[in-house]
Design a protein around this ligand. Structure first.
Ligand code: NAP
Length: 253
């Protein structure tokens, strides 16, 4: 029974749903009554395990994992089209897949720059494009794009990532204005430091220094972010659009 749940009967697409923040969104969206198609890139075993676990936990609801490199335009487009076919209807797109290649700009190669821009920013175009018109025609729905505090404030060692995530925020605000009249909201969520594989690579001494910049002295959890994403994906947030909402525990960058 999903009646009364915030995402009851909604069809949700999540990129990068196999682990970290994306996996927390997949879990919470299903718990809140949605059918979900999620993407992954490299870790098929983990993606299949999550889909199986969700299938067992939520009988009668759909949870499908599809592989695609969102940095590759053809693969991203095929993923979006296949996701659309798997869902009875589409209501929510969460553009979450992302990665970092941290290095100071003086040492950054052109390839590192392009990988970061392709995965974090170009994917906004390639994944959103095939899914936009179904939402617009339906005259309801939500797009939630995962940005970063790095895109809001700029973080040294992350010039490409900061540029890509600032681009995600600009894309979000412009698209929100284009399609607001069609009943589709577009918002960005900008996490600070969240406990995932992405931050696990930070050396212990640097992690402690970063925690000292957070009023509560702790990183957030993927579930903290998932609750905000699922709220923005629900009808309860119907009057919120074009926003970039930071979720960082008050991180002072
Ligand atoms: P994560 O644990 O490293 O997980 C990344 C997810 O994205 C995985 O599901 C991965 O799939 C997928 N992915 C990576 N590259 C991909 C590609 N080229 N094509 C398709 N999927 C790809 O990352 P996370 O920390 O959860 O981050 C999720 C989002 O939040 C990202 O956009 C990130 O930039 C943003 N963010 C994170 C933090 C943080 O502190 N963690 C802070 C600010 C913003 P595979 O498992 O198959 O590789």
């Amino acid at each position: 029974m999903t009646e009364g749940l915030p995402l009851a009967g909604r069809g949700v697409v999540v990129t990068g749903g196999s682990r970290g923040i994306g996996a927390a969104v997949v879990r919470l969206a299903l718990a809140q009554g949605a059918d979900v198609v999620f993407g992954y890139h490299s870790d098929e075993k983990r993606a299949s395990a999550l889909a199986d676990e969700m299938g067992a936990a939520h009988p009668g609801r759909r949870c499908t994992a599809l592989r695609a490199d969102v940095a590759d335009a053809d693969e991203a487009r095929r993923f979006a089209t296949a996701a659309l076919e798997r869902l009875e209807q589409l209501d929510v797109l969460v553009n979450n897949a992302g990665m970092t290649r941290d290095t100071v700009f003086a040492r950054m190669s052109r390839q590192q720059w392009h990988e970061v821009i392709a995965t974090n920013l170009d994917s906004m175009y390639t994944v959103t494009k095939p899914l936009l018109m179904p939402l617009v025609k339906q005259r309801s729905g939500a797009i939630v794009n995962i940005a970063s505090s790095s895109g809001l404030h700029g973080i040294p060692g992350q010039t490409a990532y900061s540029a890509a995530k600032a681009g995600v925020i600009g894309f979000t605000k412009a698209l929100a204005k284009e399609i607001g009249a069609r009943g589709v909201t577009v918002n960005a969520v900008a996490p600070g430091l969240i406990e995932t594989d992405m931050t696990a690579a930070i050396p212990e001494d640097k992690a402690e220094l970063l925690k000292s910049l957070i009023p509560g002295h702790a990183f957030g959890t993927p579930e903290d972010v998932a609750h905000l994403v699922c709220f923005l994906a629900s009808g309860r947030a119907r009057y919120i659009t074009g926003q970039a909402i930071e979720i960082s525990g008050g991180l002072v960058v």
